[in-house]
Ligand binder design. Structure first.
Ligand code: ZN
Length: 683
C-alpha cells in the first residue's frame, strides 16, 4: 500500500504537489526521511576522518533541508485544510521529528566534529554565512549543555525535563481555568451597551448548552466586548475578577488550577540551568541568542522608555478620569472601568469606526497596491502565476522578479477565513534559498491570513487592521524571499536573532499609515474615490489614543520578566507577587486590585518562549521605527533608500549580526526617537 517510490512527499524536485498528498503518505515519508538522515549521519561520523565544511557540514545542512522541505507542505496543509486523518498523521510525526532534532542537538560526536571544522586553518576562508552557521551551531550545543561534565550534564537533562513538564502544566492550568468559568444570565438588563454581535454570540453560547438566556466566558471574543461596552458595572467587575485570578489562589475558582508553586519552581530551575552553564542568571543566558548584548543593555533600554512615556501615561489617565467624572459622574475608576470609559472617550474624540474605512479597502486594490509599494521601493515586479497545484480555490501563487528579470522568490497567498483553517495570520517557509551544483533554489513562502471572505461575488472589503496585518506578514515574506544568502541555515529569516526578526515585518506596516501609500492602496469599491482627507486625519489621530498607557503596560511586563530572571531570588523570602508590585511601583500608572494575579496567566514568560525575552516586542519596534524614519527623511518612496534597505537588511538573512546590518543601513546605531515620535510621545 505504502509504495514509497510513488509517495509525492518524497518528490522534492519542484513545488509541493498539494493535491496529491494523502494523510497515509505522511508517516511513511517522514519515517523514510528520518531513517535516511540517521543512516547518513552515522556514515559521515564513521567515514569522515577530517571533517570540513564541504565534506561534513554541507551534507548535514542538505539532509536537514530535505527533511524540512518534506515536512513543510504537511504542516501547512494541517494548518489550512485540517481534517481528522491528516491531523492524526501530523500528530503521529511530531514526536518523531522532535526526537530527531533533540538527538542532533545533543550528539557529542557532531559537536566534536563541528569544533574540528572551526579549528581548521581554512575556516578563515569560509564565507560569512558558513562561519555563522558553524558559530550558531557551536553556541547552541554549548547552551544545550554539551560542555558539561558527567554529573552536571545529568542534572542539566533533569532540569530540562522538569522544566518542559512544568511549563506545559502552566499552560494546561491556564487553559483549564479559562474554560472552567462561565456566567449565565437570564436578565437582559445586564446586556445593556453590548453591541449586537456580542449579544448574539452570548445567546448562541447559551443555546448551544440548551439553556435560556445569555452565556459569557473568559475567551477574548466574549470577555473583551463586555469590558469595553457593558454598562452593567457588576457584570464587568465579575468578569474582570474571574479573568485576572485564573490559575491562582484567588477568585471564583481559587486554588483549583493554581500555578503559583509551579511558577516559583520554573524560575528556580531556569536559574539553576543558567548557573550550570556558567551564567550568573537566566537573563544572561537568554541574551546569548538575542541581539541585545547584555542584560544591562536591556534594563537601560526599558527604563529609558519608561522614563519618557510615564509622564504622558499619567496625563492620559488623568484625562480619562476627568472625562469619566464629568460625563458619567464616575468618581472612582476601578480596573474594570478603564477599558469601558476609554472606549467612550475614544468614540467621542475620534468619532469613526473601523467599519467606515472598510469600503476603501477592496481586496484586489489592497493586494495590487501592496505589490506596487514594493515595486516602487525595491524595483521588484510581482505577478500571479496560474496553473500551479494549490490546496483551495482561494489560494493564489505569485512570482517576484527583480529589475534584471531574475526570479527572486515565489509565494502562495491564502487570505480568507474558512472552516478547518487555523486562525490568525502568519508567514511560513515552504523552501529556502540555497545554491548547489544544480544552481540556485528560489525561496518559496506561504502567506496565510484569516480575513473576512468576499460575499455575493463582490470583492472582500478589508479593515485597516487587516491591511496592516497583510503588510506585516508580507514583510516577513520579503525577508524570507529576497535573501541572497546561499546557505539555508542563515538564509532569509533563518538564524536571525529573536529580538530582530520582527524588524522587516513591523517596518512594512508603516506604509499603511502614509498618505502617499494609501493613495495606491485605498479606493472606494463602488465609486473608485480615494480615501477622504477627513477620514485619513481621524485615522491618524486615533492611532495614538492612549499609546503611553499601552507603552508603560508593555514595559511593566518586560521589566517584570527581566527582573524575575535576573535579580529576583526564587529561593528567598520575596514572592513573585511582591516583585511584580515593585515593578509596578517603578513604571506603571495603574495599580490593579489586591486580588489581581496577572502573573499566574503570563504564559509568554512562564510557559516558555519569551522568558527573559518579552522585551523583544519593544526592541524590534525601535528598530523598525528607526529604519522607517530614514524613509521619512528621504521620502517614503525614495528608491535609493529602498535599495539600501533591500541590500543591507532584506538580502542578508541571518548571515551577519543584526546590529551590524542595522548600522550598515542606518549609518548609526538605533535610537528610540522615531518610536517615541510615531507613538506621539516625543518631547
Ligand atoms: Zn511578525
Amino acid at each position: 500500500m505504502n509504495d514509497l517510490a510513488t509517495n509525492p512527499l518524497l518528490d522534492l524536485s519542484g513545488l509541493p504537489r498539494f493535491s496529491a498528498i494523502r494523510a497515509e503518505h505522511v508517516e511513511p515519508a517522514v519515517d523514510a526521511a528520518l531513517s535516511a538522515n540517521r543512516a547518513a549521519i552515522e556514515r559521515l561520523l564513521a567515514e569522515v576522518r577530517e571533517p570540513t565544511w564541504a565534506g561534513f557540514v554541507q551534507p548535514i545542512e542538505d539532509m536537514n533541508e530535505r527533511l524540512a522541505r518534506l515536512w513543510s507542505p504537511v504542516s501547512h496543509l494541517n494548518a489550512v485544510m485540517n481534517n481528522d486523518v491528516l491531523r492524526q498523521a501530523y500528530n503521529a510525526c511530531l514526536p518523531k521529528l522532535s526526537a530527531y532534532w533533540t538527538e542532533l542537538k545533543q550528539d557529542e560526536r557532531l559537536y566534536r566534529a563541528l569544533k574540528a571544522v572551526a579549528a581548521r586553518p581554512d575556516y578563515a576562508e569560509l564565507t560569512a554565512a558558513q562561519k555563522k552557521i558553524i558559530d550558531n551551531a557551536l553556541r547552541d550545543f554549548r547552551l544545550s549543555g554539551a560542555e558539561l561534565q558527567d554529573a552536571a550534564k545529568q542534572r542539566f537533562k533533569e532540569i530540562e525535563q522538569e522544566l518542559s513538564t512544568l511549563q506545559s502544566k502552566f499552560d494546561d492550568n491556564l487553559l483549564d481555568a479559562t474554560n472552567a468559568w462561565e456566567y449565565l444570565t437570564g436578565d437582559e438588563g445586564e446586556l445593556a451597551g453590548l453591541p449586537d454581535s456580542a449579544r448574539s454570540a452570548a445567546r448562541a453560547a447559551a443555546e448551544h448548552d440548551g439553556k435560556p438566556g445569555w452565556k459569557f466566558t473568559l475567551h477574548m471574543p466574549s470577555y473583551l466586548p463586555v469590558m469595553m461596552y457593558a454598562d452593567h458595572r457588576e457584570l464587568r467587575r465579575k468578569m474582570y475578577e474571574a479573568y485576572v485570578t485564573r490559575a491562582s489562589e484567588q477568585g471564583p475558582n481559587a486554588g483549583k488550577w493554581d500555578n503559583s508553586a509551579n511558577m516559583r519552581r520554573i524560575v528556580q530551575l531556569r536559574a539553576e540551568k543558567a548557573r550550570l552553564l556558567g551564567f550568573p542568571h537566566f537573563a544572561a543566558l537568554s541574551v546569548q541568542t538575542k541581539m541585545a548584548e547584555s542584560t544591562e543593555e536591556v534594563f537601560a533600554f526599558l527604563r529609558d522608555l519608561a522614563a519618557r512615556s510615564r509622564p504622558a501615561a499619567h496625563k492620559e489617565l488623568a484625562e480619562l478620569r476627568a472625562f469619566a467624572a464629568e460625563r458619567f459622574g464616575a468618581r472612582e475608576l476601578e480596573a474594570w472601568d478603564i477599558p469601558y470609559y476609554s472606549e467612550k472617550l475614544r468614540l467621542e474624540r475620534y468619532a469613526f469606526s473601523e467599519e467606515d474605512l472598510r469600503p476603501y479597502f477592496p481586496a484586489p486594490q489592497v493586494v495590487g497596491g501592496m505589490f506596487d509599494v514594493v515595486r516602487r521601493l525595491y524595483g521588484l515586479d510581482i505577478h500571479e502565476v496560474k496553473g500551479v497545484d494549490l490546496w483551495h480555490p482561494d489560494a493564489r501563487f505569485y512570482e517576484i522578479r527583480d529589475g534584471g528579470g531574475q526570479v527572486r522568490g515565489r509565494f502562495y497567498m491564502d487570505l480568507y477565513a474558512r472552516a478547518h483553517k487555523r486562525g490568525g495570520a502568519w508567514m511560513d517557509d515552504c523552501m529556502s534559498r540555497k545554491r548547489d551544483a544544480g544552481g540556485v533554489q528560489v525561496p518559496v513562502a506561504y502567506l496565510t491570513c484569516n480575513f473576512t471572505p468576499p460575499v455575493d461575488g463582490k470583492p472582500a472589503l478589508f479593515t485597516h487592521d487587516e491591511v496592516t496585518t497583510l503588510f506585516h506578514e508580507f514583510g516577513h515574506g520579503l525577508h524570507h524571499m529576497l535573501t541572497l544568502v546561499d546557505y539555508v541555515s542563515v538564509a532569509g529569516i533563518n538564524g536571525v536573532k529573536w529580538d530582530a526578526v520582527e524588524l522587516p515585518s513591523q517596518f512594512m506596516e508603516n506604509w499603511c499609515w502614509e498618505r502617499q501609500a494609501l493613495d495606491v492602496l485605498a479606493r472606494h469599491h463602488e465609486t473608485g474615490a480615494s480615501l477622504p482627507d477627513e477620514l485619513f486625519k481621524k485615522m491618524i489621530a486615533a492611532r495614538n489614543f492612549q499609546s503611553a498607557m499601552q507603552m508603560v503596560r508593555q514595559l511593566e511586563f518586560s521589566l517584570f520578566d527581566m527582573r524575575l530572571h535576573s535579580d529576583y531570588d526564587p529561593n528567598g523570602p520575596k514572592t513573585i507577587l511582591q516583585l511584580l508590585a515593585e515593578v509596578r511601583e517603578e513604571v506603571a500608572v495603574l495599580s490593579p486590585p489586591a486580588f489581581n494575579r496577572f502573573a499566574n496567566s503570563f504564559g509568554h514568560v512562564f510557559a516558555g518562549g519569551y522568558a527573559a525575552g518579552y522585551y523583544s516586542y519593544k526592541w524590534a519596534e525601535v528598530l523598525s521605527a528607526d529604519a522607517f524614519s530614514k524613509f521619512e527623511e528621504n521620502g517614503v518612496f525614495d528608491r535609493r533608500t529602498g535599495e539600501e534597505f533591500l541590500h543591507n537588511i532584506l538580502e542578508q538573512g541571518g548571515a551577519y549580526e543584526p546590529m551590524e546590518l542595522f548600522v550598515r543601513f542606518r549609518g548609526r546605531r538605533p535610537t528610540i526617537d522615531a518610536l517615541l515620535r510615531h507613538s506621539g510621545l516625543a518631547a
